[in-house]
Design a protein around this ligand. Structure first.
Ligand code: PMP
Length: 505
């Protein structure tokens, strides 16, 4: 039976798999369980680990709930008041190649010229997906015009062209994450599929009864559910490292969860709900000291900061193409070569085999053994174009631009009375989650949409992280390299109009 535990005093186990229903694994989102967990936390007052499902309009007063208090914005906007909260850790600001001209960058993204409800589009939903530069759109079109063929099999010119384009994209990804070999780069459908691949292949082989898998409270559902499924199947335990009131993993608690039974740790590099940048290098090293392997979920990291899988010493690193200005339908799993080569495939089919008889199949080495069937070829090639584009801008330039914008946006939102920022880590990427007194998150989202401003409202596929702050839903504005102060000003003005009861429609 799968067990889910936090710290030793952590959450109770969710419902056990129900008898003979093969689809039934742990039932983590059952409201009764959530209510029970909430009661337990509130009863034993475990300060570091609150969990509850109170209505967003009535934040609980129990221990550990943290909101930025409604402090006057003393310094005037833009600026920071006495109770300011702004991300303190400045990303590496080495000059990248060339100057970063955000207005020129914006011209590379045709969709930014769209109008929505008669207003210019303000795209602040980048944590959900990023927009695509012309370089990517044109590359997709060019692939279908000049190269389209299945790869690796056909002995003709177009097969050679598409194979070259696909493998060139793999090499671009290798360079982007600084893997030591292109064989360590597996193309998948996205971060979700990458994590499921590891859970279903590496996990099934290495996780057994009473073994432990460690995640954190920051995780996206994609980095929770596959581990619950694996734990349920293998009779293993899922353990969850708690976060503090700013949304940072409590490293001493995390370390306390690690022990010789820990087989796998899986953690977000950057939280999609709170923007927290976790010290993954340090966390990987801690896990390795206990003999555990580590998967880093980089879905929200790759478009904001330089990723070096060798420096992180990550065993696996997962991300999605569409969050880094590439197409949907393609993503990447990096895995250390010895791990990939000793891991069985998870899907069978064409492309992943060396030889098939009815008696037995010989698999290809990595990465082909994990790429059964026809891959999303054009999308992989498009992802390569996106990484080229980002490389031309210089990721350090992007990081600096976003950091400045995050500081500006944090100040702007702090100036809105009744607005509470959720997630105030010292080191953050461009995510601003908030609730607004007197308004439901979905109503804020709808009001902003009427003004052409796209934000996300809801649970952001990270219900445990939001519930940690006593919330079922929040509004999330998330930044990317093409956002400007004007975008933030538009958001601020719309929020103030909404509060004044004059949201334009
Ligand atoms: N992990 C994180 C941190 C994410 O933000 C997301 C997407 N929101 C995912 C995993 C899943 O990515 P995808 O849906 O592209 O597979």
């Amino acid at each position: 039976m799968a067990q889910v535990t936090g710290q030793d005093r952590g959450p109770a186990q969710p419902a056990a798999p129900t008898g003979d229903d093969p689809n039934a694994v742990a039932a983590p989102f059952d409201p009764d369980i959530v209510a029970r967990l909430a009661d337990e936390y509130l009863r034993d007052g475990s300060a570091g680990v609150p969990a509850a499902t109170p209505p967003a309009s009535a934040p609980p007063s129990g221990p550990g709930f943290y909101f930025l208090t409604e402090a006057p914005f003393a310094g005037g906007f833009p600026g920071f008041g006495v109770n300011e909260v702004r991300p303190e850790v400045v990303p590496r600001l080495d000059a990248g190649p060339g100057q970063f001209d955000v207005m020129a960058v914006r011209r590379d993204f045709p969709i930014l010229d769209e109008r929505v409800h008669g207003r210019p589009l303000v795209w602040l939903d980048n944590a959900a997906t990023t927009q695509k530069p012309r370089a990517v759109i044109d590359r997709l079109s060019s692939f279908y015009r000049h190269e389209n063929s299945n790869i690796h099999r056909g002995a003709h010119t177009l097969a050679a062209r598409s194979t070259d384009a696909y493998e060139a994209a793999r090499e671009k990804v290798r360079r982007f994450v600084n893997a030591s070999s292109a064989r360590e780069i597996v193309f998948v459908r996205g971060a979700t599929e990458a994590i499921n691949l590891v859970a279903q292949s590496f996990g099934r082989r290495h996780v057994g009864k009473d073994d432990e898998i460690v995640i954190t409270w920051l995780e996206h559902h994609s980095n929770i559910v596959p581990w619950q499924q694996l734990a349920a199947e293998r009779g293993a335990k899922l353990r969850v490292a708690p976060i503090d009131d700013q949304g940072q993993v409590l490293l001493d608690e995390y370390e306390r969860l690690l022990n010789p039974r820990t087989r796998l740790v899986s953690l977000a590099h950057v939280s999609n709900a709170l923007g927290t940048v976790s010290p993954v290098r340090e966390m990987v090293a801690m896990a390795h000291r206990h003999g555990a392997r580590v998967l880093v979920d980089g879905a929200q990291a790759v478009s904001h900061l330089r990723v070096d899988v060798q420096d992180l010493d990550a065993d696996f690193y997962a991300f999605s193409g569409h969050k880094v200005f590439g197409p949907t339908g393609v993503g990447v799993l990096f895995g250390k070569l010895d791990l990939l080569d000793s891991t069985p495939p998870w899907q069978g089919g064409g492309n992943m085999i060396a030889d098939v008889t009815f008696e037995r199949t010989v698999y290809q080495p990595a990465p082909a053994r994990f790429e059964a069937g026809t891959a999303s070829l054009a999308d992989a090639v498009g992802l390569g174009a996106a990484l080229d584009y980002l490389g031309r801008l210089g990721i350090e330039n992007v990081a600096r631009h976003e950091h400045e914008l995050l500081a500006y946006a944090t100040g702007a939102l702090r100036s809105v009375s009744g607005l509470r920022l959720i997630g105030t880590a010292r080191e953050k990427a461009g995510v601003l989650s908030f609730v607004l007194d007197g308004f439901r998150a979905e109503d804020v989202g709808a009001a902003l949409d009427r003004e052409g401003i796209a934000v996300r409202s809801g649970h952001h596929c990270a219900q445990p992280a939001l519930r940690r702050f006593g919330l079922e839903a929040a509004v999330r504005a998330s930044l990317a390299l093409y956002n400007t102060r004007a975008d933030i000003d538009a958001l601020l003005a719309a929020l103030k109009r909404l509060q004044g009861g004059s949201a334009s429609g």
